[in-house]
Write a protein of this length. Structure first.
Length: 281
């Protein structure tokens, strides 16, 4: 990866939730895979308002991919051993919608309802996790909770809420893609295992010289949308904190500063926040 010389806290499974569709592997699921007809059918609702259900369902699949003890009769609908195929995934999503998230037209799934769905699923199958929708998080508290969950190998469901109080406003945050510049060779020092990172001083972590890169904005003004954070990158090249995310089956990046600026100026801390998941001791 081009930013190995930066401090990167990420999930242990680099492919997140790989879904096979038409000989391509997607980075988590996409609500766009559902039909938007007929109007107000189950698939129409998931197509237009299903991002929270996608994020919730992918969390369950990620856990199942990491530990066989987290595999359930529900995740079995999507998984054939460790492989997740698109057609099976769609059936699985409909089940998550029916039994847990109960996605609504327009309102979709509110943050507290996602936390409740995770808790219900965890209780049903004895996973031992407790989820809470966190209200009024400031910059540093949100950062710390995202970092904590990623260290514990838990994906972070993050909401880019609507404009407040103008709920139909068009302002939002940009999504970026990482672009490498190909003219320079890359050289790497020996890699560091995740277990070593837990105890090693960040200043002592070997640096990696790699291809130069930049972030290119590919979507503008995204709001009213749930994404899943899979990595937090303290980017020494750009001087920014970037969140790697899964959205619409692809890998994007969000600038954390821009996201927090959106919350403070347009979005609000009640609807733009995270679902905090921890072990329920």
């Amino acid at each position: 990866m081009p930013f190995k010389n930066n401090i990167c806290i990420e999930l242990s499974h680099p492919e997140y939730v790989p879904i096979v569709k038409e000989n391509s592997i997607y980075y988590g699921g996409s609500q766009m895979w559902f039909s938007d007809k007929p109007r107000y059918s189950k698939d129409y609702i998931l197509h237009n308002y299903g991002c929270g259900t996608i994020a919730t369902a992918d969390l369950f699949l990620y856990l199942a991919l990491q530990k066989k003890s987290y595999r359930t009769a529900v995740t079995a609908l999507a998984m054939n051993e460790d492989e997740i195929r698109y057609t099976d995934y769609l059936s699985y999503l409909r089940t998550i919608h029916d039994k847990y998230t109960k996605t609504l037209p327009v309102l979709a799934v509110l943050g507290p309802a996602i936390a409740s769905a995770i808790n219900s699923y965890s209780n049903n199958f004895g996973l031992g996790y407790k989820a809470v929708w966190k209200l009024t998080l400031n910059y540093y508290d949100m950062y710390d909770l995202i970092e904590e969950m990623l260290w514990k190998d838990l994906p972070v469901i993050l909401s880019i809420g609507p404009n407040t109080p103008k709920l139909w406003g068009k302002k939002g945050v940009p999504f970026y893609e990482l672009k490498e510049i190909d003219y320079q060779e890359s050289y790497e020092t020996p890699s560091v295992e995740r277990s070593e990172l837990d105890t090693q001083d960040p200043e002592e972590i070997p640096k990696v010289i790699s291809k130069p890169y930049y972030y290119q904005a590919v979507k503008q003004h995204v709001n009213g949308h749930y994404v899943t954070v899979t990595a937090l990158i303290k980017d020494e090249v750009t001087g920014r904190i970037m969140l790697r995310i899964s959205s619409w089956g692809k890998q994007y990046y969000i600038n954390y500063e821009e996201y927090r600026d959106y919350i403070e100026s347009v979005g609000g801390t009640f609807t733009s926040s995270i679902v905090y998941v921890k072990e329920n001791y």
